[in-house]
Design a protein around this ligand. Sequence first.
Ligand SMILES: Nc1ncnc2c1ncn2[C@@H]1O[C@H](COP(=O)(O)OP(=O)(O)OP(=O)(O)O)[C@@H](O)[C@H]1O
Length: 587
Amino acid sequence: MRPLLFFLRMFRPHWAWLAGGAAMAVVVLLGVVGLLSLSGWFLTATALAGLSMANPGAFDIYRPGAGVRFFALLRTGGRYGERLLTHEGTFRVLSDLRSWFFRRALPLSPARLQDLRAGDLLNRVVADIDALDTLYLRVLVPSAVACVAFLLLVLVLPWLIPEAAVAAALLMLLGGIALPWIAARAGMRTGRELAVLRAALRTEALDAGRGMAELLVYDRSGRRAAAFEALDATFLAQQARMSGLTGWLNAAVGLTGQAAVLLAFVFGAGMVQAATLSAPQLAFVMLGLMGLFEAVAPLPMAYQYLGQVRQAAERLLAVAERRPAVVDPVQPAPRPRDLHLRFEAVGFRYATDGPAVLQDIDLDLPPGRHVAVTGPSGAGKSTILNLALRFHLPQEGRITLGGVPLEALSEADLYDMVGSLSQSSEIFAATVRENLALGDPAADDAAMWAALEIAGLAEFVDRLPHTLDTFVGEHGQTLSGGEGRRLALARVVLRDPPILLLDEPLAGLDRETAATVRAALRQLAAGRTMVWVTHDLTALDDMDEVVHLQAGRVKERGSHAGLLAADGGYARSHRLMAAAATTAMAD
Ligand SMILES: Nc1ncnc2c1ncn2[C@@H]1O[C@H](COP(=O)(O)OP(=O)(O)OP(=O)(O)O)[C@@H](O)[C@H]1O
């Protein structure tokens, strides 16, 4: 129950809407019961009065008629109000929950979210949060209404047909408590499995959709489709089980209502014969009972789906309660004036029991210094940038900015000073302008065009149908790789960080585009500190220092020319690369 209670507490700020919605649901109940019972009484009384035409003055049809209209209006108005208030309340709660979840998930990125697939996280934000509306709409409100129905039953019926009151009360307890209890137990496992399967289906669909081209090329689309169908079949089978259970439960709860009406008739008919109850009163009770039992009818199904809701709540908490790898300090150190970035004897593992990824790394980056980090794949180059961006904290040594450990700085200060660009810098499904505004939300058009100019993209954007307001598609898919990279670069230009962390920003670009982006980066890097992670050793002669890593350790370091002269591993790699470049040029 803990996960559900946790979320119930989060409903509190909107209690007025939620309580208002529940109150309107009670009004609907009063309307339904009033309408049914009064109509039953009225029709029977009218019939008994000898179809009033024969004796028009003897029976007042106006007041009961007005009553019937009143209850009909109460029911309709109540239902409108109920929908309005319960939905307003639910949407407010859901939107709070979404931003709460997002706020919790954000600091977990990237270190603590890497085990989750993108579709899984999406499913939590959308479907799992949506599932929580069941808690209020389907469980709490109907339970409250059913309690009122029970109160009405035990307060009114004993005065009319005492024996039927006891039986009807017991039947209502059976339909309103015992059946929901059975439903909750019977539906728990399947409900939980359904929640997991729904997430798996969504993740699978997203994954397969994204990799469709690869699946086709590797002729794996059939297999993937078969796996998807198998998953879907399991999902449908579980859904069928749930629906079967719903059917039985609905039948059972319906029977409790019918049994109560039948018993009321049996006991009431005896009283009518004994003249201790009038026939219209009997009709009043029977139809009133039908209305009261309507309040109980949705409960078994609601509780049947509680397992699914609980699973959704657990899945949300499983992410929200993760501890971020780095917690933004409550009392951050003042922003340092001197932006000297230092790695001192840094050692790091991604998992405490995992292999050492970096060992004994020293880097000295006074303002304006340009350092290239090179080395074979897996040597730990990107990890150095991940640490400088404070995505993780090193287990050994320290990283400081102006003498202040990175973990003591506020997130806002840190990311104001440190900007990054990589081959995977995200281009959002938005316009050029919105993508740029991420760098500086206050930037005006002139500043944006100036940034695009530096990134060598101004001419291209100027030719787009809506220039800055052109939509660039999912992950910027309407842009070429080079255009996307330059857009990301323009964003960094707008951010204007004094320290630039670049992770293979030229990877995947053709020679010409790479040259344009490189020139833009050179222009941007002037006067700023820069760490450039790269495989390409052919254009590092203007770097102040080259740090060559191997298996997480600094193997060689010095100027590009110095390292070539030393004729070690760096020089060998450089020779191979230069030869490959010459062959490519000749081709
Ligand atoms: N998030 C992670 N969790 C666990 N291990 C990781 C993670 N990221 C990287 N590693 C491991 O850490 C080591 C260093 O990875 P890193 O990405 O820093 O290498 P790299 O030198 O940048 O490689 P490449 O040139 O191929 O990008 C690798 O063995 C890699 O498998």
